[in-house]
Design a protein around this ligand. Sequence first.
Ligand code: ZN
Ligand code: ZN
Ligand code: ZN
Length: 514
Amino acid sequence: MNYCGQSPVHLAIETQNLAVISVILDYTDAEALHTIDNRGRYSIDYATRPGNHTKGAQVDCGGCKVLELLLQSDTALFPASLLLGLKPSRNCIQGHKILIKGLAERREKLKQLAYQTLSPAERQGLQVHPARILDQNATRVRHQLEARGCPIPMSLKGYAENTGSSRVQKLIYSHICSGEVAEYAHQLGFHYSDNELADFVSILATRMSSNSVHEYRYINNPFSFSYFFWMIDHCTSVSSRIPAGQLPSPHIEVTPAHYFMGSLGASANRNRGWTPDCSLTLAALEIAFSETNVDRCRCWCSPGGCIPLVKLLEGICWSKRPITFSSGRSLSQATEEVITGLFSAHMGKISEYQWIYVAIIRHYTSVMLGLRHACCSIIENASGPLPEEEYREIEEEDSFLLGLLESLLTEFECERRNDMRLEDFFAWMRSVWALRMREVGQELASQRLTDQQLQDAEAIGVVLRVHGPPPMGSGSNSRVVELTEGDLWDAMDELDKIATDPERPTKGSLETHT
Ligand SMILES: [Zn+2]
Ligand SMILES: [Zn+2]
Ligand SMILES: [Zn+2]
C-alpha cells in the first residue's frame, strides 16, 4: 500500500489501461482486492468514478470495460459501493447496468448455495424464490448459510467484514434512479411489485424526513421522471395510500405520487436549468396533478387536503428556506422550471389545469405570511396534521393573518386573467404577485399597535419595553445566519459533486464543535 492507502489494484484502475489492470488482477488476492484507501474507497469505487465514464456515448465507454473486467474477478459488491456507483452523478447508464448485472450474478451464486445447503422449509422461511434474485433477503440467507458452517467466498459477501454492517442492505430498487436501469434490473430477475414500491417509498420517506446531512444529500438526487413512469407501469398503487406504519409518522396518509412530487420540489435548487430525463406521459401527468388524490389534512395552504402538487410546493419552499416577503421571485422561478418540465410534452393540456394557479398562489401566500401549517409535513421532521385543538388555537391566534390571506387571494383572483398559459402565469407571478407580497411585508413591518392594544397587552402581563441588546437568535440577525448556513451547505454539496471527500466537515460535525 502507498501513503494514500491505495493497493496495486487501486493504482491499476487509475491507469484505465485494460492490459495493465488484467495483469494486476491475475496476481491479486482477495485481501488486496478488498483494500480500502485512506478515504474509505474500494477499487470498485475507482471504477465507477464519473471522470472515467463517457456520459451519453454508452457503447464505447472505456470506464465500463474496466468496470466489467473488475466485476469478472472476485470483487465483492458492498452496499456502499453500490449506492455510490448507482448515483446519477457517477458512472454512466451502461455502467449502472453492469453493476446491477454483477450484483445479480453474485446473488445467483448465493442462491445456488442456499439450494445446496438449506432445506426447502428454511428456504421458504427466507423467501427464496426460484424465479427471483435475492434482494432484501440476501443478508438473512447469508447469515443462515454461515450459521450452517457453509464457507462463503468473499465475492458473495454483501457487507464489509470490518463493519459487519447489514444496515445498508436495501432493496436494489431504492438505489436505482432511472427507468431504463429499473427495467434492466427487472429483466434480470429482481422482483418488483406493489410491496417493493411501498418499501421504496418508505426508505425515501425516511431519508426525506431526516435532517442529517447525509440524508439531506440524498434528497438532492431525486428519482427521475423515467423511473416514476416505470413505477406507474409496474404497480397499481402509485396513487394509493402507503400502508400504515411504513412512513416516518403514523398520521401521514399520503401516496407515492405525493413523495415523488415532494422529492422533485426539494431538489429544486439542485435542478436549476435541469432537463427531465424524459417527458411525462399523459397518465403520469394525471397522477402528478391529480385533484382528487387527497389526504384528510385541513390547512389554510390547501383547504381541500394535501394533493401531490401541495407536496411539490412544500419541497420547493424547503429548498428555498428561509422564506421571507422577498422570496416571491425565487419561488416563482423554481416553480416555473419544475412545472414547465412536468408539462413539457402536454402544453396544450394547461387549459384543463387552470386550478393549479390558484393552488400555487394560495400555498405561497400563506407560507410568506408566516402562517403555521396545520397539514402534514413530509420533508425534514415529518409529521401528521395538527390535532383539532391546535388547529383551533392557530385559527384564533392568527385570525388577523388568516383574514389577510383570504383578502389577498380575492385580490389576486380579480387581477389574474383567465385561461393563462404557463409562461403568462409565471410572468404575472413575478411582476404582480411577488411585488404585492413585498409591499404586504413592508406594510406589516410598519404597522404600529394602537394605544388601546398596548394597554390591553400590558394588562395581561406582556412586557413591551426591553432594555439592553436584543436577545440572541432573534430579529433579523438570525435570518442572516440561517441564510449563510444554507448557502454553505449548498456549496459543500457542489464540492461533493466535483470530488467526494469523507473528511470534509459535515453539518453534524460542525455543530458539535460550536
Ligand atoms: Zn461507462
Ligand atoms: Zn399546510
Ligand atoms: Zn397532508
